[in-house]
Design a protein around this ligand. Structure first.
Ligand code: BG6
Length: 487
């Protein structure tokens, strides 16, 4: 499936005038263009419902996407060259005519990548119409944006429908967290170094924490978000994917299926949280008015487009268990929220204390070793160790062994979407989700969502700019664990 750069290829974006396209995909494609990752005959066809000419679309992209590109990378001549790759076709996914127009706009001998950056409810109709119009062949690929479905049943229905016209090797289910540099680096950390692996298990690991905290609120996305919530928007995909990479067994190679086989086993080993555990092991929250970055911000229910009395969660914290030999008894704490005090995505592997302390009774605080992998905003890997304070006596203090990836590597770091789009163009599937993986993730998430819906509990309020409801601290405190900001 590797497409040589010289071969013609059309990258066709459904939802070509939408937020994702102008904010993320087109700037990422420009970066790929700038750095020579696109071939001469790689073209981009935006699709949308507006009755626009190619020129109007180019003006739209120029107006909307140009300011999003990092200023240092905005080179006007290259940008103009990039805009020459663009075409536009008016298309309403529910009507056949647009698909005929699309056919006419494609390069006759080219491979086609269909990027479905639309609501998942349209995926079935789009793939069927692509097939009817004769646009799908063995070289075609389809990229499916998240959220893929609303629950297991709808995800299965979409997968089923897409599988009628595309083989699994042609389907790229995107989770942009898998395109992040540090997430890919985590595989190297684990499997390219010998020192961690022997201890990467029970009884040496005491707990694992995965936090994805954002300062942003729901913004202009209430229409989408209010029917989705943090569990479907973040936990079912991004956080579970991070958990898989932390917890999986070493794959036998980096081939897509070898990696995905191991991730699937982790997802299948996740303990189901039944109604009895939900109260104990999960916390849902919703932000109220508060202050973030020194600015007063409204509560979720006061955001534009959010219905009064909404019970959608903007925060989730939960305790998960992986029932297999490596992780038996090790809690995995997952947490994500909007309107938190700072943007911070990190994974913390907390190791157990030395089995016997000869320092007991000495002054100073003996703390467990912790490996802190920060994904955002800056990438770093730090190992907390105990060291002796200089001076007489044996006072101890935790210090960090610090790997600052920004200064260790001066090379440019591609954004997640750029890296993943290049993978699609080149036909590399390793960093995309396979069907069984996605369905296994829903199988775990579904009972949680159902349990919450049945109890109909309102999410617990937390002021914007805080680390979530107090119940989230209580969740970890029961096992004498602290969230990272409290350590
Ligand atoms: C998206 C979610 O998938 O990820 C958004 O839909 C969220 O709600 C975003 O803000 C976070 O991505 P990143 O890369 O900014 O951490």
């Amino acid at each position: 499936m590797d497409t040589p750069d010289a071969a013609p290829l059309d990258l066709i974006i459904f939802g070509g005038t939408g937020d994702l396209a102008w904010r993320k995909l087109l700037p990422a494609l420009y970066m790929a263009h700038l750095h020579g990752s696109l071939g001469e005959r790689h073209r981009i066809v935006g699709l949308g419902r507006h009755d626009w000419s190619r020129r109007q679309y180019v003006e739209f992209v120029d107006r909307m996407s140009r300011p999003v590109v990092e200023p240092a990378a905005m080179q006007p001549l290259h940008w103009q060259d990039f805009l020459r790759r663009l075409d536009y076709v008016q298309l309403d996914a529910t009507q056949p005519e647009g698909f005929e127009r699309l056919k006419g706009a494609c390069q006759p001998d080219g491979a086609k990548v269909f990027y479905l950056a639309t609501a998942p409810s349209l995926f079935t109709a789009i793939t069927a119409r692509l097939h009817e119009a004769g646009l799908v062949d063995a070289r075609s690929r389809v990229v499916l944006e998240k959220p893929l479905g609303h629950d297991l049943a709808s995800a299965r229905a979409i997968n089923e429908a897409v599988a009628r016209h595309f083989e699994e090797r042609q389907i790229y289910r995107i989770d942009h967290y898998l395109g992040k540099e540090t997430v890919q680096n985590l595989m190297v950390l684990r499997f390219g170094n010998a020192i961690y692996e022997p201890m990467w298990r029970t009884p040496y690991v005491r707990s694992v924490q995965i936090t994805v905290a954002e300062t942003v609120g729901v913004g202009t996305r209430a229409g989408f978000y209010d029917g989705t919530g943090a569990m479907r928007d973040m936990v079912q995909n991004h956080l579970l994917q991070l958990l898989c990479i932390v917890a999986m067994e070493p794959p036998i190679s980096l081939d897509a299926d070898d990696v995905r086989d191991e991730k699937l086993k982790v997802l299948r080993s996740l303990r189901r949280l039944g109604p009895a555990q939900l109260r104990h092991d999960t916390v849902r929250g919703q932000y109220t008015a508060g202050t973030v970055d020194g600015q007063p911000v409204p509560g979720y229910q006061q955001e534009d487009g959010v219905p009064a009395g909404s019970r959608t969660e903007t925060f989730v914290a939960l305790r998960a268990h992986i029932d297999n030999a490596r992780w038996a008894g090790v809690p995995f704490y997952l947490r994500t929220g909007k309107r938190m005090p700072r943007r911070q995505s990190e994974i913390i592997v907390e190791f157990t204390q030395p089995p016997f302390s000869i320092f007991a009774g000495q002054s100073g605080m003996e703390q467990a070793n912790r490996l802190v992998i920060t994904l955002q905003p800056e990438e770093s890997i730090r190992l907390q160790m105990m060291a002796k304070e200089p001076g007489s006596g044996m006072r101890m203090r935790p210090v960090f062994l610090n790997l600052d990836l920004q200064s260790a590597f001066t090379e440019r770091r591609a954004e997640a979407y750029e890296r993943l789009l290049i993978d699609v163009v080149r036909g590399r599937l390793t960093h995309f989700m396979r069907r069984d993986e996605l369905e296994a993730a829903w199988k775990w998430a579904d009972p949680i969502l159902q349990g919450w819906a049945e109890t109909n509990d309102a999410p617990k309020p937390y002021p914007a700019g805080s680390w979530g409801p107090p119940a989230a601290s209580a969740l970890v405190a029961r096992e004498n664990v602290l969230w990272s900001e409290a350590q």
